[in-house]
Design a protein around this ligand. Structure first.
Ligand code: NAP
Length: 521
């Protein structure tokens, strides 16, 4: 049986003791095992701190950007192999695998360009300076310098590639070494990607560690200059937030957690219009891409009452065109869920929703599967619910992390729509499908406090956009409340998490010489 090693202190180490099995979710074959048993987490963090940190901080933004570019190119050169591994280990169709792997490479490339743009400097200036008294003798600036610590990244099972590198790209560019802990169930892809980077010797010693298995006592070794970026369930997020390294020693933490994202249809959007078609297509894409295991997937579909039957029928037809089955088979659009636990959780979620709403497509079963999968595999065909009362609590409270969404009838009034979106208690992204500026303005400003991102779909973007589900490195990712109250990416904004913002106060000409030509962000 293949043992997935961890990369610690610049060496591959296979953990001892009981290991977790990694399973191909299509065939249920055990493909590997992983354990971090016996790994010295204190030494791992210390090595990153004493070797990786000084090496990265000696480099300027341009040099770190070049490093990211090299990593992006190395991964790109192995793209086909990585896509195949993503299918085998995560049940991803080729399209789903590209979403994860290309997302990783694209984010690295984006931050590589940013490093090049920033050039040969080691700090950044935040916004414009400000006069604090009667003359320029009293002047203030804000600067960002890299934190003198280690970035610990704990990731969810659904994006082993993107999750690792979207976080590492930003941390490395800022100048911090990374200790990455992918979710164990799908860590084989992350491990192979790190292996490619290590084989080519692209990083300074200590700049990256990878832990394949439990996080053990990793967090016990963190302090006030360290950061934790977590993606996963709110339950685990709450555990990490309460850890003494955060509460007592002041390690900085960012949490990306559950989210009940909404899509809103403007009552003025005509059936058979480009905007209507885009709405239907993007709802279906979010329900089916990665079998709905996407933190940004649309879960609540807010539709004006008079359009409800047209939307229901259009979704029914479009969902029927998304074959479920063996993700290796061409034409299959929905693969299995990633793990047996995931299938069990989603089935339980479907049962809870079934008690509160009516299933109008699917029933939580496997559906007609394409390919020779027999009884094996963690499959579920898409399930579309419809709730009579748009305030039905279960619909706004329960993130069912699979190919599942619920139609909710609305009056189409922006005030009611904003109130319904807010019932999700904080989402990563909500989308508005409309061509009317007034409607978009009222709804966007009404729902913005409850969302990290608001996506506007219209006739002008139809067919030209990746939809609300795609996280772009240029824009913020994260959301308030239930979504974790975190923020990542957003171009240069993402760097702030890994840097200390400090106010500089004094005589303007002296401060100007201090900050030099560093870019203002
Ligand atoms: P999870 O069970 O919370 O696990 C997430 C990560 O935390 C895994 O690496 C897990 O390791 C680790 N972990 C678990 N207990 C830990 C502990 N006590 N100390 C340190 N690490 C610990 O979540 P998941 O099932 O992988 O992911 C599904 C959830 O993630 C969904 O709710 C989804 O909405 C959310 N998600 C959010 C985003 C976002 O960007 N907001 C993106 C993707 C997913 P093991 O695997 O070894 O247990």
């Amino acid at each position: 049986m293949k043992q997935i090693p961890s990369y610690v202190q610049d060496r591959w180490i296979t953990g001892q003791g009981p290991a977790r099995a990694l399973v191909d979710p299509t065939t249920e074959e055990v493909i590997a095992e992983a354990s971090t048993g016996g790994i010295d987490f204190a030494a791992c963090v210390e090595h990153a701190r004493t070797r990786g940190l000084p090496a990265l901080q000696d480099m300027d933004f341009a040099a770190r950007g070049a490093l990211l570019e090299n990593v992006a190119q190395a991964l790109h050169a192995h793209r086909d192999e990585l896509l195949e591994l993503s299918t085998r280990s995560g049940g991803n169709t080729r399209g789903d695998a590209k979403f994860d792997v290309d997302g990783a490479i694209g984010t690295l490339a984006h931050y590589a360009r940013l490093g090049k743009e920033f050039g040969p400097v080691r700090h950044l200036v935040d916004g414009e300076g400000v006069q604090t008294g009667r003359s320029p003798r009293a002047w203030g600036e804000h600067i960002h310098t890299p934190r003198r610590g280690v970035a610990v990244h704990v990731n969810a099972f659904n994006f082993p590639a993107w999750g690792l590198f979207e976080k590492a790209a930003v941390a490395w560019l800022a100048g911090m070494p990374v200790v990455a802990k992918p979710a164990t169930s799908t860590c084989i892809l992350a491990q192979r990607m790190v292996e490619i980077v290590v084989e080519q010797n692209l990083l300074p010693p200590g700049a990256l560690a990878l832990l394949c298995g439990s996080a053990g006592d990793l967090l016990d070794h963190l302090g006030g200059q360290d950061v934790i970026a977590f993606t996963g369930s709110s339950k685990t997020g709450a555990l990490l937030r309460a850890h003494p390294c955060v509460v007592e020693r002041g390690a900085r933490i960012n949490v990306e957690a559950d989210s009940l994202n909404a899509a809103v249809l403007d009552p003025a959007v005509e059936e058979d219009s480009e905007t209507f078609d885009a709405f239907v297509r993007e709802v279906v894409r979010d329900m089916t891409q990665k079998a709905g295991q996407k933190c940004t997937a649309i879960r609540r579909i807010l539709v004006p009452r008079e359009r409800l039957s047209a939307v229901r029928e259009a979704l029914r037809e479009e969902l029927a065109r998304q074959p479920v089955g063996d993700p290796r088979r061409k034409g299959v659009k929905v693969g299995p869920l990633a793990t047996a636990d995931q299938l069990r959780d989603v089935r339980a979620g479907v049962e809870r929703l079934a008690a509160a709403a009516k299933a109008v497509v699917g029933d939580g079963g496997r559906g007609d599967l394409v390919g020779e999968v027999g009884e094996r595999g963690f499959f579920m065909a898409p399930v579309l619910f419809e709730a009579q009362d748009p305030r039905t609590p279960a619909v706004h409270a329960d993130e069912v992390f699979g190919p599942v969404a619920t139609l909710l009838p609305t009056s189409g009034e922006p005030a009611e729509i904003s109130e319904l979106v807010a019932l999700g208690e904080g989402s990563l992204v909500s989308s508005i499908y409309s061509d009317r500026a007034d409607f978009v303005r009222e709804v966007a400003l009404g729902i913005a406090p409850y969302n990290g991102r608001v996506y506007v779909g219209s006739a002008k973007t139809a067919g030209k956009s990746l939809g609300p589900g795609a996280v772009l490195p240029q824009l913020l990712h994260g959301g308030p409340g239930r979504a974790g109250a975190g923020e990542e990416l957003g171009g240069p904004r993402g760097l702030a998490f890994y840097m200390q913002r400090t106010a500089l106060q004094g005589y303007k000409p002296l401060l100007e010489k201090t900050i030099g030509t560093a870019p203002r962000v």
